[in-house]
Design a protein around this ligand. Structure first.
Ligand SMILES: [Zn+2]
Length: 473
């Protein structure tokens, strides 16, 4: 968002932009990132209204009380997933003053426990632009998450669910189990040994204090502390003077501390927003940071699936739908990395293993003991790419890469045999790629039709593409 404001102000210095943010931390942060571009207006910071040249960053509460502020061309609303229904009516009141101003909302998580936050009849009608986590990782804006299973996970079976999230009293009971919590921390500490800035997400204040007592030199941040105490802790953590920050929910949104390289879920959640927002704190790139370790004691990954495509439950979801949407994940028995269920090799440690689901399948002597599965796996496709590829035997071929969430599936086509070329011609036609009879030339063409889904089967130890599904079939 800061980037958008910067470029808008450079293109049109007379544009008047209003940024609405709902807490003081975010307002201060925006002002810090964009010095010289913005004036802030926030009663919570003891500020009086100023002339609004350029960009004004204001809290919602202050805007309600400043009816004289009304000439803006564009209005940006930050962290829109956090708005409740009553907030929307406040916003509508503010926005009604601005007539034709364009209104855009921002969020990393366009959903809540109660489903998507946009659509027919909702405050925001549609998504106008989206950037996937994978693209942001590929382009270096974010680092890769490494999601890890733990031995001492909380049992979530039987927890009551209210408004889409586990009931607070049930969570509090889990979190009060001192023996369990101590075991979790004893498991976590050695696994976090090489991490320099670690955050621990807890259930409530008591839990926060319990966890912090077990971690030497850690600090807590929760709502029972004064503003000054919290600011001082955040400053020390930001500066690297404090290594472990134990928190309830105060820092889950927006706060940008790139040096965080480990996130520990000490709590279960059914909320895709909480999951992505908390885990997202660790994805900012920083010097000497290759990834962010996510240790999951809450069964969060197993419940909500991949970070880039978490499971969003819509109200009224049927049991069959719920079953279908269930994340298809397992974890590597050696390094505990969560990986796609059809993986035969761990993407983190390289460990090769046999898929649990494939245990009962026929092993054919004729194929050298390789496993055969008749069980097709379907994945949603987000992007398709073609490129030149050198095979292990040293032959050039064409490689098609299907990006499916965090999974990448490949298909190879050689130009050495007529049947292979025939297969490629068919595939090229499906993907809307103009066929070329020269490999170099072919690799420069682009895919114009991206399939909705891809169906694969395990063929020996390789994943073979069986069928592509396009919109309408
Ligand atoms: Zn592994």
């Amino acid at each position: 968002m800061a980037e958008l404001i910067r470029s808008a102000m450079e293109k049109n210095p007379s544009a008047r932009i209003l940024v609405l943010q709902n807490n003081v931390d975010l307002i201060q942060q925006t002002a810090r990132i964009l010095p010289g571009y913005v004036t802030t207006y926030c009663a919570g910071l003891g500020e009086k209204i100023q002339a609004h040249a350029g960009t004004t960053v204001a809290s919602v509460a202050s805007m309600v009380r400043a009816p004289e502020l009304k000439d803006f061309d564009g209005i940006l609303i930050d962290e829109v997933h956090a708005l409740g229904d009553s907030d929307y009516s406040t916003y509508k009141k503010i926005l009604s003053r601005f007539g034709n101003a364009k209104v855009v909302g921002f969020t990393a998580t366009p959903f809540r426990s109660s489903g998507k936050i946009y659509g027919e009849g909702k405050f925001f009608s549609r998504v106008c632009f989206q950037r996937s986590l994978l693209d942001m990782i590929d382009e270096g804006y974010l680092v890769k998450p490494s999601l890890k299973h733990t031995a001492e996970q909380f049992e979530t079976k039987g927890l009551k669910v209210r408004m889409g999230e586990y009931a607070m009293d049930d969570l509090a009971k889990l979190a009060a189990d001192t023996v369990k919590v101590k075991k979790q921390i004893a498991e976590a500490i050695p696994r976090l040994a090489d991490r320099r800035s670690r955050i621990w997400a807890c259930v409530n204040i008591e839990h926060c204090e319990l966890v912090a007592r077990e971690i030497p030199a850690s600090k807590v941040v929760h709502s029972n502390l004064s503003r000054e105490e919290r600011d001082e802790t955040m400053r020390a953590f930001r500066a690297g003077e404090v290594r472990d920050l134990v928190f309830v929910s105060v820092i889950k949104e927006g706060i940008d501390i790139p040096r965080i390289d480990a996130v520990v879920f000490m709590r279960p959640t059914r909320s895709p927003t909480l999951y992505v927002q908390v885990a997202g704190r660790g994805l900012r790139p920083a010097e000497n940071k290759k990834d962010c370790l996510l240790l999951d004691f809450g069964g969060v990954v197993a419940n909500l699936g991949p970070l880039d495509n978490p499971r969003v439950r819509e109200p009224g979801e049927t049991k069959a739908q719920a079953e279908r949407e269930k994340p298809q994940f397992k974890f590597c028995p050696k390094c505990l990395e969560y990986i796609p269920i059809q993986s035969v090799k761990c993407s983190a440690c390289g460990e090769g293993f046999i898929d649990e689901r494939l245990k009962n399948l026929t092993v054919k002597a004729a194929t050298g003991g390789g496993l055969l599965s008749n069980d097709p796996v379907r994945n949603k496709v987000t992007a398709v790419q073609i490129e030149l590829h050198m095979s292990q035997a040293g032959n050039e071929c064409l490689r098609v890469t299907y990006q499916c969430g965090i999974i990448r599936l490949h298909e190879y086509f050689s130009y050495q045999h007529d049947f292979a070329i025939k297969n490629w011609v068919k595939r090229a036609h499906e993907l809307g790629v103009p066929y070329r009879d020269n490999l170099d030339d072919q690799a420069r063409q682009t895919v114009t039709r991206v399939p909705r889904e891809i169906e694969t089967v395990l063929d020996g130890k390789y994943t073979k593409v069986r069928k592509l599904f396009f919109e309408g079939n």
